[in-house]
Write a protein that binds this ligand. Sequence first.
Ligand SMILES: Cc1cc2nc3c(=O)[nH]c(=O)nc-3n(C[C@H](O)[C@H](O)[C@H](O)COP(=O)(O)OP(=O)(O)OC[C@H]3O[C@@H](n4cnc5c(N)ncnc54)[C@H](O)[C@@H]3O)c2cc1C
Length: 463
Amino acid sequence: MKNLGKHAIVIGAGMGGLLAARALADFYSTVTVLERDAFPAADTWRKGVPQGRHTHGLLARGSAVLEEFFPGYNDEVVAQSGGLLGDVANDVRWIGHNVTLANGKSDLIGLLASRPVLEGHLRRRLLALPNVHGIEHCAVRGLVSDAARERVTGVRIHAEGRPEETVDADLVVDATGRGSSSAMWLEELGYQPPVSEKVEVGIGYTTRTYRRRSTDLDGKLGIIVAGSAPTWRHGVILAQEGDSWIVSTGGVLGDEAPDNDEGFLAYLATLPTMEIHDIVAGAEPLSGYRRYRYVHSLRRRYETLARFPGNYLVFGDALCSFNPVYGQGMTVAAQEALALQRCLLCAGSNGLARRFFSEAAKIVDIAWDIAVGNDLRNPLVKGARPPMRRFINWYIGCLHVAATRDSTLATAFLKVVNLMVPPPSLLKPAIAWRVWRGNRRAAVPLSRLQSSEPPDNKRIELT
Ligand SMILES: Cc1cc2nc3c(=O)[nH]c(=O)nc-3n(C[C@H](O)[C@H](O)[C@H](O)COP(=O)(O)OP(=O)(O)OC[C@H]3O[C@@H](n4cnc5c(N)ncnc54)[C@H](O)[C@@H]3O)c2cc1C
């Protein structure tokens, strides 16, 4: 690989920062990851990643990219920490539009483990690379530039027990998560802030872990319920390390599950399956209740800025943070790391920011369309619903009806959800024909299926 510079700095050692650093390690003599928190000795939750106490699963695409960067990563998480690899289409029950998709064998392999475990293994693998260093207890406070303010030349840091100092770098990557200060830091250097897009979803997560029995769910590894009318409540139960289940549930626009036993169970009983409720009712709790509020999906449009320092990147959640119920964030960060690698390989570091933001925008577009597009099925979520969006939501509703019996169709849909193939693949004639065939004898004709009022198992009788 080419050497493009002496030193690259990545700010933030979350999944995004660790993946960005891996991509850079092939091109810079030294890569330093600066993290405000301590690196936990055991794989436990930490303050800088509050979402780490809530359900995380790595989609098939994310798991494949991690394997590409760190061969053996997935097996290592399984062997050393008790994570679980599973066929996303066969080992997990997916409920969307109030119907359950048919299970069927596929090559979509996802990785189930808590977020601290996923991150801990990644961090150890990354920091084992000879040219990568991690500095904990080190908060970045701002950027340093050249006199003309054309290039970022380093960062201002505050490391524990030391006065503020400056660290020089040829390239700086902001991977500080959705609370990123890049817009402010760049404004201090005379740059315009990016336009932000927000879609308010008001997601509430209430989460608890439980002992998992081998007989639970007939050995399946989880259930994922995507919110649908009339309650729009979501719920997830996923197997994790330590023979445990992690259960999260909640609603939108301020609807949250209570954090007490009676209320939590009653809330789970409102989901379109009783299976999560029934497991929770009989299982031994392993933690207390935890809550998380996620107000809006947030996309920062750095790719549209006319003037930007060529050697400064914004990455992962700092670039775009998605409604978490779709489980996309870590996989999108992994895809961005691949895009960064491609950008560096193809044309080095010249004009890197412009090229990277343009590639990252293509990745984000897909995940954003899936997440926001589905959120907009709820009539109370504010946002534009052009005719194509309404058609796609109607079509996906029809696909769900057909996929209750057609595992090929279910897998085609899950390939999109797992970011393996782009959404237009679902409009191919062979898929559209299966959708039509699966709906043609449905009790409710296609014309009556409203995108905001999807069918449920009771109303649709497929013969
Ligand atoms: C409730 C919830 C559930 C989710 N579930 C899933 C899921 O199932 N699957 C999935 O793929 N994604 C999921 N996500 C998204 C996922 O957590 C993120 O997309 C992913 O972790 C990428 O984040 P990141 O590394 O960009 O940012 P973060 O994980 O937020 O990491 C940012 C890091 O930067 C550090 N930092 C911040 N400021 C500074 C500073 N000034 N100086 C130094 N360090 C700093 C922080 O301490 C932190 O370590 C979920 C998110 C939420 C909120």
